[in-house]
Design a binder for this molecule. Sequence first.
Ligand SMILES: CC(=O)[C@@H](O)[C@H](O)COP(=O)(O)O
Ligand SMILES: NCC(=O)COP(=O)(O)O
Length: 237
Amino acid sequence: MTKLSVNINKIATLRNARGGNVPDLVKVAVDIQRFGGQGITIHPRPDERHIRYQDARDLKAIITTEYNIEGNPQHNFIDLVLECKPDQVTLVPDAIGAITSSAGWDTINNQAYLTEVIQEFQRNGIRTSIFVDPVLEMIEGAKKTGTDRIELYTEAFAHQYGLGNERGIDPYIKAAELANELDLGINAGHDLSLDNIKFFKENIPGLLEVSIGHALISEALYLGLDNVVNMYLNKLK
Ligand SMILES: CC(=O)[C@@H](O)[C@H](O)COP(=O)(O)O
Ligand SMILES: NCC(=O)COP(=O)(O)O
């Protein structure tokens, strides 16, 4: 089974546009879980342009499914994750001002650093996942850090699929096969959507979880949040 974790960054973007509490991020997270969402993902960035550090704390009290916090493991982020104790932390190598995530880890050059922070999170009972491109050397490097899972960075697949090139899935299949051999759990995310999720899920062996935000919240503007969550759940069966 592949779990759907809904990334609610864009709800916070909308709320922050007016400075008040509309839409209410916590209420939306409660509702997503009520609609069937199997996890909530947030990606607090250092400038807090969408998710604020306080949101991460407030959400902890109401998440009854799986809580996944993503981000670059700088000191403030590590402290926040250790305080919130989510089910999973996903490490993403974003530059401070990055518009969005644009690359996976170089797990070879950052091996010592990743190993150290992964151990710290695991000692605190938090499952770890690291964001990687579908490159075999990077999957092997990920294994050496001791991480529990990887998250495959799916932007390239989504782009190629949108152009009608189904072969864009090939590196992801090879990466997943290797991850399965190495006993690394497999998550995936970035630019997954109602259009491409079924094809991705059907082709990736052992896909445990997808985190989806930008497309899902955009689709919900037309189709409604309850409906969209259930459309994803059907496609992930
Ligand atoms: C790791 C990843 O691919 C997503 O978390 C993405 O970075 C979402 O972040 P934004 O909502 O800030 O674009
Ligand atoms: N880890 C990926 C994620 O949480 C959502 O990415 P996107 O769907 O907003 O591109």
